[in-house]
Design a protein around this ligand. Sequence first.
Ligand code: PLP
Length: 364
Amino acid sequence: MKESTHGGNVYAFREQMADRQKTILDFSANINPMGPEPHAYQAALDAFPSIIHYPDPQNTDLYKVVTHKWKLPSDMILFGNGAAELLYVAIHGSQCKHILVPAPGFSEYEEAGLAYGLQAQYFSIDVKNTNVYQRINYEELDTVLSRIGEATIVCLGNPNNPDGSLVDPDKVAFLARKYSDCLFLIDESFIEFTDQKTSMRPYCKDLDNLFVLHSFTKCYAVPGLRLGMLLGKASVLNQWAKQVPSWTVNRLAQVYGAAAIGQDEYIQKSRLYIDKERQYLYESLQAESVISMCQGSVNYLLGQLQGVWQNQLARLQSGLAKSGILIRSCQAYRGLGQGWFRVAVKRHEDNKILVACLHEILTT
Ligand SMILES: Cc1ncc(COP(=O)(O)O)c(C=O)c1O
């Protein structure tokens, strides 16, 4: 069995709860707090009887909505069972020898690289910089790339998980041109929660070595359904597609995705809601004398316990667990360490509960 290093494991969390009937407030997974898009959700429910057939192997309806929405030819798009599957496909397909990943960053980049025998190298994200646009040091990235020299896949989170830093598209494009035998994988799994001005989707058309990874599980709030997409050069995707088994996107994900993608008003409303709640959470947690929060850009925030609490994250987590609250420890992330944690931005009533419980634990 593969050991999970991620948040959102409500199944294991429930197993450990004294009262297993208690409602869980999962702040460890970063999912749109507005919940699934209602019309698409209904469409998926209505489609349930059709699971007696295989899914459409061509993903026809998904291609229709995505090509229309982003004005991209269908051969530049590959769908998969969540962004996570396509990450493995890209890393394996790239045939690179090295993988360059952000520290801190989504752990699956490195895990996927190691699974295919790539050597991991790191570049740092300055999570304490209050400007989310200035956390990547492009000179450092350039230096590391020139040292490694060849056959490297560079993973960049845009926004980066766990801190919400955003790329400078022109600087990334400059590096992609300079290191044309390296492959740049821009993970835009949370981009819908931003104004999307830093999206590198438009660059895929001109840069043969730049690919954009996209998840539909976060912004459309269906991590249990699994749907992701990879954008990039048609001939390369065509090769990589050969590694993806038929029917990797299930029927309900196809129906839900085709109905949800393009519901721009739902995304817009979610963004406004999240921006307000992120500010509320940031200010409320920052007000605790033993917490230092990092500025964020999306539906999660990174913070660190300070002073006497710095090495007491487990105590805080178990205190919160008594109220059914799950937060994400980030202590194992490269570049972070003791006391670091991440919380998702949820609905106001839930955020208020988190703030109150944290305050009580930290002050008694
Ligand atoms: C940065 C990042 N990319 C990709 C994924 C995987 O997304 P999906 O649910 O579409 O597989 C995650 C999941 O947490 C993530 O945090």
